[in-house]
Every structure is written in structure tokens, then in C-alpha cells.
Design a protein around this ligand. Sequence first.
Ligand SMILES: CSC[C@@H](O)[C@@H](O)C(=O)COP(=O)(O)O
Length: 380
Amino acid sequence: MADQDAQSPAGVEPPALPVLRWDETPGGPVLVLLDQTRLPAQETELVCTDVPALVGAIRTLAVRGAPLLGIAGGYGVALAAARGEDVAEAAGLLERARPTAVNLGYGARRVAAAHTAAVGRGVGGAAAAAEALAEARALHREDAQASRRMAEHGEALLEELLPSGGHQLLTHCNTGALVSGGEGTAFAVALRVHRQGRLRRLWVDETRPLLQGARLTAFEAARNGLAYSLLTDNAAGSLFAAGEVDAVLIGADRIAADGSVANKVGSYPLAVLAKYHHVPFIVVAPTTTVDLGTPDGTSIIVEQRPGNEVTEVTSPHGVAAGGGGATVVAPLGAPAYNPAFDVTPAELITAIVTEEGVVSPVTGVGLAELCARSSQVTIS
Ligand SMILES: CSC[C@@H](O)[C@@H](O)C(=O)COP(=O)(O)O
């Protein structure tokens, strides 16, 4: 288990990560992404000049995480509009790039709807494209605001549930600034607790097979000076048994109307462990991740990814050092089961924290009511 003690005091904040930006170049507009497949070894930019390039970046997880996928989808449609391409087709291509995170389709369809509305008002090509871009920027800003408010609500909930303070929080996958217009979802809550001097330790699951915890969350924890320790996913049970976890904080890719939550594979076993050990299991996600059109967890489409992500281990440090990427760790041709997500039923979830408030037995507020309160734009 790698161990990292707090390196910088709470209150010293690192510069914002250059996660995603729109750039006007002499050759036309482009979307510039921080290539997350290269982290933590390299902070490399990936320039997407068109929608197929962005679809490729989404599929390889160069850009990833539900809220950021929504933002990227929105800018992708704006890019298509600026290039004079068919925005409905672009939105469809983007939405189909990955099936589970509802935000991707939300962002793409919302910006496409803004463009269609502009055209419907008789607004011309470049001006309609400018309206599409303005909508993408609005979505980006709203996500940053949602992130701040989720952190406030999440931290208040933890104070209520764990009044003695000095929290040891466990998280899975990556839910920080790398997935958001702001500081993230679950990680933003941990960060706020840290800044208030009440985080004893953030336990970071490595998150096999693509290691979003080890590569990305540990990277974000270190640069923000959190006291954190990295663990293999299968070490979590012994940590609960030892009484070293006060609460679990995770994000979400899609929340069904019955409160079931799809998130990175490995979330569901954590929820079972948390229930057994009477530890709060808290989901932090913006209302854009709630999909009231999906009635329950069994209706959520779980992305199945290539088997080689399981049978091989890829080291970004190896790539950076010229080491050449993947090491095969299974017999050649070994079949593999590789769902990217799993679904946690509502009865295992203590609370869902959104920017509009908390859904829990404590508040008695339902998901539909929170979404109705939300200022998020509704699209058909
Ligand atoms: C706010 S992030 C919530 C989820 O998107 C996150 O936990 C996750 O599962 C990301 O999966 P990924 O496959 O890396 O896109």
C-alpha cells in the first residue's frame, strides 16, 4: 500500500488543471483536451479538430468521467456547427461513443437543441454556431457551479453523519477536477473536508483495470496536499474490517428513477461492504447525471470494454520512459469479462448528494423533486 502524508497545508491551492478548452486557431476552432491516458507521467494536450477525433478521445478515455463527458459532448456539437456540419448527426455520434454516462448525451443534445432553435429563428450559419458555442460554455460554467454546491452539501452531510470529525474517507475511480468544469463530485467533497482540516485520510482504490484511482485520483490528491493512501481494490474489505473507513464517497455515471446508481465497476462491492460494516455510502453527482427516463437499475446499459484492458497492464510511466506500454499478464488469448460500470441498488445507498441538495431518509426529498428544483436546461 503506497502511503502519502499531507504535503501542503490546507488553504494552499494548486493551479487549475488544463482539463479542456476551446481554442480558435488560424485553421479554425479546436477542442484541446488534457490527455488523461498519459497521466500522471505526462501532462500532454490532445487537439481535436473534428467530431471523429473527439469520439476517438472519448472511447480511449483521453477525456472521461460523466460531467466532463457532458461538457465535451456539448463542445463537440459546437465544433461541428462551426465547421458547417450536420449537428444532429454529430450529437448522435457523440452520444453513442460511450453508452453509460447520461451526461454525454445530455451535453450533446442540449447544444444541438440550442443550434436548432437558432436556425429555427432564421439565424444564419456562423451566428447559429456562435449560439451553440455559447450553450456549451454555459453548460461548462454550470458544471463548475454545481461542483461547488455539491461540495458544500456533501461536507454538511458528513458533519451530520460523522460529528466526531477526523474523517477517513474511501473513494473509487476518479471524480475530481479531471472530470468536471470545477473541482469534481465526490473528490470535491473530500477536498472541502481537507481544506477545513477535517480529513484524516483519503483511501484511494486503484480502480482496475484502467487505474483511474492510482493514475488520476492519487495525482489529484497529491497536488492538493491531501493525506491519502492508495490501495488495491481487493484490499478494501480488510480496511472496513479494521474500522478504518468512516464513509465511502463515489460519483455516478447514471442515476435511475428508482435511485439505482451506475458507477465505475467496483462501486457495488464497496456498497455491500459499507452496508455490512454500517458505514455511510454516499453518492455525489450533479442533477445532469439523474435520468428519470430510466426507471430502474436493470434498464441501465453498462458499457462492456475490450478484454485486453484486463489481460494487459499498461503503464503510463512506461510510455513516458519509452518503455512501450502494455505488458500481457494472462495466458495469450485468455477470455475476459470487462464491464466498465456496475449498478448499486438504492437500498445500499445512504444518500445521493446533488447541487440542489441531498436525497436521503434524513431529508425525505425525492430525486424528481431535486431535478425539478434544478436550473439545468431540460431538453426533449
Ligand atoms: C464524476 S465522475 C463519476 C463517474 O463518471 C466516475 O466515477 C466514473 O465511473 C468514470 O468512469 P470512466 O470510465 O473513467 O469514464
